[in-house]
Write a protein that binds this ligand. Structure first.
Ligand SMILES: Cc1cc2nc3c(=O)[nH]c(=O)nc-3n(C[C@H](O)[C@H](O)[C@H](O)COP(=O)(O)OP(=O)(O)OC[C@H]3O[C@@H](n4cnc5c(N)ncnc54)[C@H](O)[C@@H]3O)c2cc1C
Length: 303
C-alpha cells in the first residue's frame, strides 16, 4: 500500500468492457428514465445504468409520492405532459396513481377538502388555502414496476447494481464510464453519455465546471394501518383540537411541511415527507449517515 499523508495512491486498474451503446445514460431516476426512453424511441441503442436495484430514483426509492403542480400559471391547462403523463396514465391504469380532474381545479372548498390530503395543491400560490391543481399522487413500487416494463418494451439495455465511478475521457471528450459492480469494475462505452445522477457525478468526474448547492435532507417515511377517514373527520370536525395535536406532532418530528402526512393510493397508508434536516452535505458519507440515524430517531419519537 502506497500511503502519502492522509491519501492512498491506488494502482492503475483494468475494467471489462461490459456494454457498448449509442447513448449511455447514468442514473435511472425520472430524468435518466426520460432520457433513455426518448433516445430509444428515436432509434438509438441505449444503455441505462443505475446503482440501486430499481428505477425511479428519489421518486420511487426516495418515496417522493406527489408529482406536484403541473399546471400553467394561468391555471387553465396542464403544463407537464410527455413521459411524465404516460407514466401517470400507466400507474392510474393499475390503480396506483390518482389526480384531480379539471373540474376540480381551483379554489372550490369541496375540492380542497377532497384533495388537500393527497397533496395535489399549488403550493407556489399565495392564496390560502392553496388552490387544487393538476398533480398526481402515486405508489413508489408501482413506479418501479412500470419503469421496468417500459424499458424492457423499448429494448433498453438496463444495468442495475452498477455504481458509476469514473468518466472515460479521450481528447477532451467522454467516451464511456466505469462502474463498480459486485463482479468488479466494468466499462460501458458510448457515443453520447448523459449524466442523470442528480449529483453531476459524471460531469464532475469528466472535469466539467459545476456549482455546489445544498438543501435540506429528509428521511421520508410511510405509515400503515392509518384510518385516514377518521383523521380527516377529526381535521374538519374539530379544527382547534386537530391543530393542537398537529402542532405537537410537528414538534416531535422536528422540521416538516404544513401538510406533513398525505394519503397515498394504498388504503390506510400515509406518506410523511419529513423530518427535514438542514445544514448537511449530500456528498459526505458522515452527513448522510447522520441524516439516516437522526431522521429515524425523530420518526420513533413521533410514533
Ligand atoms: C425528500 C424529498 C422530497 C421531494 N418531494 C417531491 C415531491 O413531492 N414532488 C416532486 O415532484 N418532487 C419532489 N422532490 C424532488 C424530486 O425527487 C426530484 O426533482 C427528482 O427525483 C429528480 O429526478 P432526477 O432523475 O434528476 O434525480 P434522482 O431522482 O435523484 O435520480 C438519480 C438517479 O441516479 C442514480 N445515481 C446517482 N448516483 C449514481 C452513480 N454514481 N452511479 C449510478 N447511479 C447513480 C440514483 O440512484 C438515482 O436512481 C423531492 C425530493 C426530496 C429529496
Amino acid at each position: 500500500m502506497n500511503r502519502i499523508g492522509d491519501r492512498i495512491v491506488e494502482p492503475a486498474g483494468e475494467a471489462r468492457v461490459a456494454a457498448q451503446a449509442d447513448v449511455v445514460v447514468v442514473g435511472g431516476g425520472p430524468a435518466g428514465m426520460s432520457a433513455a426512453l426518448a433516445a430509444a424511441r428515436n432509434g438509438a441503442r441505449v444503455a441505462l445504468l443505475e446503482r440501486y436495484n430499481h428505477l425511479g430514483g428519489l421518486a420511487s426509492g426516495g418515496m417522493v409520492l406527489v408529482l406536484d403542480d403541473m399546471w400553467d400559471s394561468h391555471h387553465e391547462e396542464i403544463s407537464v405532459r410527455g413521459t411524465c403523463m404516460t407514466m401517470i396514465e400507466r400507474l392510474a391504469k393499475l390503480k396506483l396513481a390518482t389526480f384531480p380532474r379539471q373540474h376540480e381545479w381551483g379554489e372550490l372548498p369541496e375540492s380542497y377538502r377532497r384533495w388537500a390530503r393527497w397533496g395535489t395543491f399549488d403550493f407556489h400560490s399565495h392564496k390560502t388555502p392553496y388552490p387544487i391543481c393538476f398533480a398526481a399522487s402515486f405508489d413508489p413500487d408501482g413506479w418501479k414496476r412500470v419503469s421496468l416494463e417500459w424499458v424492457e418494451e423499448l429494448g433498453i439495455q438496463l444495468r442495475l447494481h452498477s455504481w458509476f465511478s469514473r468518466a472515460l475521457m479521450e481528447d477532451g471528450r467522454i467516451k464511456g464510464v466505469i462502474c463498480e459492480t459486485k463482479a468488479g469494475r466494468e466499462a460501458i462505452l458510448g457515443d453520447i453519455v448523459i449524466d442523470a445522477t442528480g449529483d453531476l457525478d459524471v460531469a464532475a468526474s469528466a472535469g466539467a465546471p459545476y456549482v455546489k448547492g445544498s438543501y435540506i435532507m429528509t428521511t421520508v417515511f410511510r405509515l400503515g394501518g392509518v384510518d385516514t377517514d377518521a383523521a380527516e373527520r377529526f381535521e374538519y370536525g374539530e379544527p382547534a383540537a386537530f391543530a393542537e395535536l398537529d402542532k405537537r406532532a410537528k414538534k416531535m418530528i422536528g422540521n416538516s411541511w404544513a401538510h406533513w402526512w398525505l394519503k397515498t393510493p394504498l388504503p390506510g397508508v400515509v406518506w410523511c415527507n419529513c423530518p427535514h434536516m438542514p445544514g448537511l452535505d449530500g456528498l459526505k458519507v458522515e452527513d448522510l449517515t447522520h441524516a439516516e440515524m437522526q431522521g429515524r430517531k425523530h420518526i420513533a419519537n413521533l410514533l
